[in-house]
Design a protein around this ligand. Structure first.
Ligand code: BDR
Ligand code: CA
Length: 307
């Protein structure tokens, strides 16, 4: 049976590839895409999500979600994702409309009207947290939340915090303390899947519409990573969420207590992962500890070829 998923995202280069994987796997039933502000403003991330879906022929509702985080001021990430949020690829002008519902409502409807829905989240957790607060029935109805965010070690936005969690730590707190099963895929794992020049040319060789999008986006993504972090190539974070649903052996998870730092101090937005169970506190999340890199790129390649 196909697995029902809803994708909440903020495209974003790596989010675009998460959409690509979610839309092309025969074992996944993508119910819709809700969009949140994060890598860029909501106008831009929403437009990008609709463009990617339309370009790839993924015919699902795309709904505009939250513009601002729950408590803190908004943060965006133009240094990596550019002015458009998806610099490097020019999409044709489409006239396909957005779904009329708010992104939060799309999440709620998708969960309540279908069985065993997994929420895949690749951006700040504002929409997901708002959905949980607006419709408490979600607490018993969501199968699990699989998210890219956090880290068991250092951050990429502050010494302590990873970008998605940093953008809305209070929302992350709502999600991690909700009681819904959470799978957290953080930087400690996604930093292992570097989209090197070899990876780009391997995908480029497929020579199709999706591979062209992949290669053009990744070249700009890497140039921006180089200018910002001084690395040759960047980590392709977000597709790891969808990939681990496609192949359950891809990522090794460990169940543990995770607390989000919402203290507004220097560690604001840190995912405090109690790997050694010092606190004997409830194990509220499955935390990604390792990934099979070769399998990962095979999944991405297969996802591109599936169109
Ligand atoms: C996360 O931050 C965003 O810039 C990426 O899209 C990814 O979701 C990595 O920290
Ligand atoms: Ca993202």
């Amino acid at each position: 049976m196909k697995r029902n998923i809803i994708l909440d995202c903020d495209p974003g280069h790596d989010d675009a590839i998460a959409i690509l994987l979610a839309g092309s796997n025969p074992n996944l039933n993508l119910l819709g895409i809700s969009v949140v502000a994060g890598n860029q403003t909501i106008e831009k991330t929403a437009r990008n999500a609709l463009n990617v879906a339309t370009y790839l022929g993924i015919d699902v509702p795309v709904a505009i979600g939250c513009e601002f985080p729950m408590v803190r001021e908004r943060v965006i990430c133009a240094a990596i994702h550019g002015e458009s949020g998806l610099d490097g690829f020019d999409f044709p002008k489409y006239d396909k409309p957005f779904d009329k519902r708010h992104g939060v409502q799309l999440i709620i409807d998708s969960v309540l009207n279908n069985e065993d829905v997994t929420i895949v989240a690749t951006g700040p957790l504002t929409n997901v947290a708002m959905a949980i607060k607006l419709e408490p029935k979600l607490l018993n109805k969501v199968k699990e939340i699989v998210l890219m965010g956090g880290s068991v070690d250092n951050g990429n936005t502050s010494p302590a915090a990873e970008f998605n969690i940093m953008c809305d730590p209070e929302a992350a707190h709502v999600v991690f303390s909700s009681g819904i099963p959470v799978k957290m895929i953080g930087l400690n794992v996604t930093r292992k899947v570097i989209v090197t020049d070899e990876v780009i040319s391997r995908m480029e060789k497929i020579n199709s519409k999706p591979s062209d999008m992949f290669a053009k986006l990744m070249k700009v993504f890497n140039a921006n990573q180089r200018n910002t972090f001084g690395v040759k190539a960047g980590p392709l974070h977000d597709p790891a969420t969808v990939a681990c649903l496609i192949d359950e052996s891809l990522i090794k998870f460990q169940k543990m207590n995770v607390v989000i730092d919402i203290s507004h101090g220097p560690s604001y937005g840190r995912t405090n992962c109690d790997i050694f169970d010092y606190l004997h506190a409830p194990h509220n999340a499955y935390v990604a500890m390792d990934i099979d890199v070769e399998k990962y790129w095979n999944i991405v390649e297969k996802g591109i070829k599936a169109y």
